[in-house]
Design a protein around this ligand. Structure first.
Ligand code: IPE
Ligand code: IPE
Ligand code: MG
Length: 249
């Protein structure tokens, strides 16, 4: 049972958390495998299993939006073997999980620059987004070839094109307008960003959207991250007081 931060004092029974947007930097797959003397890809495969388990429990944890960092714009620096292995894992995940996502009301979206992905993967992404477009129980977004800076640069180019075409007035550009040009235009801002594996950095994830998110850093490596780990993190989150620049009332 999760608890609502607004109901910490007094005797009333705390209300459960609802409609949260949780974003996760799923880190530590490589180390998890290497600690066991296994190839890094084994860690990525185990990581994908943990994703499936987490998506399943989202409704009971009060998570309506789950956004997962799967591949950054910087991850192309890795070996060809690892990059190709990851790309085939993403394709396999989509094919294997399509039926379950449709049955369980999961809407799957991808954020990031998909134009650099190979054509087959782009087609698969397009297909699953359409297949699950009517679902509303859990909104799963996978950040693939995603970088916060790249996203803002792409949004800026799109705005500049619209200004040149007379569709947008440059003087009207503000943070709401810019938000509508981002890949996350259909998603609320994240309430909570979790990073696993004991690293304390953001690594180019949701730079704009996480302006007022709470952060939790856990030493757990992603392949060891279970629904119970998320439940404990949400307990911590529920005790925090968010002020959004205001003062406590
Ligand atoms: C996160 O795990 C998954 C991706 C970045 C694709 P890593 O592969 O970064 O694992 P570590 O950080 O090397 O242990
Ligand atoms: C961040 O992890 C990207 C993903 C989890 C997909 P990295 O392992 O790529 O980040 P750094 O290199 O430790 O900053
Ligand atoms: Mg890493």
């Amino acid at each position: 049972m999760m608890f609502d931060k607004s109901a910490q004092s007094g005797r009333e029974c705390p209300a459960p958390l609802r409609d949260l947007h949780v974003a996760v930097i799923m880190d530590g797959n490589g180390r998890w495998a290497q600690n066991r003397g296994w190839p890094r890809l084994v860690g990525h495969r185990k990581g994908a299993e943990q994703v499936r388990k987490l998506v399943e429990v989202c409704p009971e944890l009060g998570i309506r939006y789950l956004t997962l960092y799967a591949f950054s714009t910087e991850n192309w620096k890795r070996s060809t073997e690892e990059v190709l292995g990851l790309m085939s894992l993403f394709a396999r995940y989509i094919r294997r999980e399509a039926g379950r996502m449709k049955r369980e009301g999961v809407r799957l979206r991808f954020i990031g620059d998909r134009s650099r992905l190979d054509d087959d993967l782009q087609a698969l992404i397009q297909w699953i987004e359409t297949e699950t477009a009517g679902n509303d129980r859990v909104h799963l977004s996978v950040a693939l070839n995603y970088g916060g800076r790249d996203e803002i640069a792409r949004a800026s180019r799109a705005m500049a094109r619209d200004v040149a075409a007379g569709k947008l007035d440059a003087d009207e550009i503000n943070d709401n307008v810019l938000s509508r040009y981002l890949d996350t235009r259909d998603l609320p801002d994240p309430d909570l960003v979790v990073r696993t594996s004991g690293e304390f950095r953001v690594s180019n994830f949701l730079l704009w959207q996480a302006a007022y998110a709470e952060y939790v850093f856990t030493p757990t490596l992603w392949p060891d991250f279970s629904p119970k780990t998320m439940e404990n993190i949400l307990k911590d989150f529920s005790l925090r007081e968010r002020r959004f620049g205001g003062v406590k009332v």
